[in-house]
Design a protein around this ligand. Structure first.
Ligand code: NAD
Ligand code: USQ
Length: 394
């Protein structure tokens, strides 16, 4: 397949691009490098020393003799250029990672809230519009989020894969309909993912675009077989208060003997998936597109659930780290149930990497190895969800 990867320089996009190139697809990356620019603005760097996009691509060519093309493109702002790229590349599929992905960054200030909405909503809508205008039949695989469902809305009932059957009483009896699971976003970032879903539903219905939306959990792990081939191919690892996700942050804190920063009581249950499985799921989704005229296909892309407290205890046991319960900067339930259906990927051959398989590698080969690069002033999570939340000093 010829695959256009929007956001292919990012944490999920880079290993996905390499893997799809390795297995024989023709890969074109489009990225505006905004994630690297946000690091500059926040004065922070990935824990792992990531190479420039040019160095990355040159190294891939040297290691494998395979070429990945790159075009610098702002999907949200440069509609005409996006249209030209789609017309020239003529992709069979487009994988869409090109969004601002941090919930804390999206809640940091009015400016970052507005940037997140402008960037994410425009990027998705521009893609839909350009596919229609160009007459392309490319299958869109979008990275959405488990957070579109919210947490705890349905108690201990399993979260279905996107669609919920509902029964409506009418004067002539009851009707059973399938609706998108009610959206219940917990941040401006998650709000944009719920808006993406509606755009996909509309364009699938109106223009018969073929869309798969992957409701992904928190991705952990850093390296894949491809990123391990050379230091210049290494994947990014975010640890700072805005972009570091919970497991990365605990691993990094343990590596420098800093207490693990559990927000609130740590009773929040979240869904997780290893980066290798995330890449594999995208391949499975690419190989199983919806038919023209179908509603968007939705998969829950996660393999395990843990409470934040369980994660901290697991890492504390492996590393001897202490745990600190800090004021939660977010407005979120202190505890929630989370039971998720993920049968579709398992039925299509996904064989998950569990936390017990991969955690030691992350501790030894990433967190400890690069611990000297940690800037401790960037660790505290300072973006609060509203003005009533007052943080204690960390
Ligand atoms: P990332 O920030 O590392 O990568 C996103 C990439 O998209 C970056 O390279 C960035 O420069 C690019 N980008 C952003 N806006 C763009 C625009 N307007 N035009 C062109 N390029 C643009 O994030 P990630 O962790 O790789 O996440 C990728 C996708 O997966 C996101 O949509 C995110 O919401 C979703 N996701 C991520 C996780 C996770 O745990 N990392 C979990 C669930 C879903
Ligand atoms: N948390 C802590 N301590 C920390 C950091 C986080 O206790 O130092 C807690 C948070 O309060 C939250 C949980 O850990 O309850 C998860 O936070 P996170 O930052 O790891 O993940 P989240 O904000 O949900 O976002 C991440 C990605 C996002 C993706 C989402 C998938 O950044 O792109 O969409 O995971 S999901 O959570 O399933 O919606």
């Amino acid at each position: 397949m010829k695959i256009l990867i929007l956001g292919g320089d990012g944490f999920c996009g880079w290993p996905t691009s390499l893997y799809l190139s390795k297995v024989g697809h023709e890969v074109v990356i489009a990225d505006n490098l905004s994630r690297r620019q946000i690091d500059v603005l926040l004065a922070v760097e990935s824990l792992t020393p990531i190479a420039s996009i040019d160095e990355r691509l040159a190294s891939w060519k040297k290691q494998t003799n395979k070429s990945i093309s790159y075009v610098e493109l702002d999907v949200a702002q440069e509609y005409d250029k996006l249209l030209e790229v789609i017309k020239n590349v003529k992709p069979d599929a487009v994988v869409h990672f090109a969004e601002q992905r941090s919930a804390p960054y999206s809640m940091k200030s009015p400016k970052t809230k507005r940037y997140t909405v402008d960037n994410n909503v425009n990027a998705t809508h521009n893609l839909m519009c350009a596919l229609v205008e160009s007459g392309s039949d490319a299958h869109v695989v979008h990275l959405g989020s488990m957070g579109v469902y919210g947490y705890g809305w349905s108690g201990s009932a399993p979260i279905p894969e996107g669609y919920l059957p509902v029964t409506i009483d009418t004067p002539d009896g009851s009707l059973v309909r399938e609706i998108l699971h009610p959206a219940n976003p917990g941040s401006v970032y998650h709000l944009t993912k719920t808006l993406d879903q509606l755009m996909f539903a509309f364009y699938a219905k109106n223009d018969q675009l073929r869309v798969t939306d992957l409701h992904q959990g928190i991705v952990w792990g850093t390296q894949t077989s491809e990123t391990l081939l050379d230091e210049a191919l290494i994947n990014r690892f975010d640890y700072d208060g805005d972009y570091g996700t919970v497991l990365n942050r605990f691993l990094m804190e343990a590596a420098i003997k800093r207490p693990l920063s559990v927000h609130g009581s740590g009773g929040q249950t979240r869904a997780f998936i290893h980066i290798k499985d995330s890449v594999r799921c995208i391949e499975i989704a690419l190989n199983n597109p919806p038919k023209k005229g179908d509603k968007p296909k939705i998969f829950n892309q996660m393999t395990e659930t843990y409470t934040v407290k369980e994660l901290a205890e697991l890492i504390a046991k492996l590393t001897g780290a202490k745990i600190e319960y800090v004021t939660n900067p977010r407005k979120e339930d202190d505890q929630n149930d989370l039971v998720v259906e993920n049968q579709q990927f398992l039925a299509l051959g996904l064989s998950p990497t569990t936390l017990s398989d991969g955690l030691l590698v992350e501790i030894e080969q990433i967190a400890k190895k690069y611990a000297k690069r940690i800037d401790q002033s960037k660790i505290p999570a300072k973006s609060t969800w509203n003005r009533t939340i007052k943080l204690t000093k960390q």
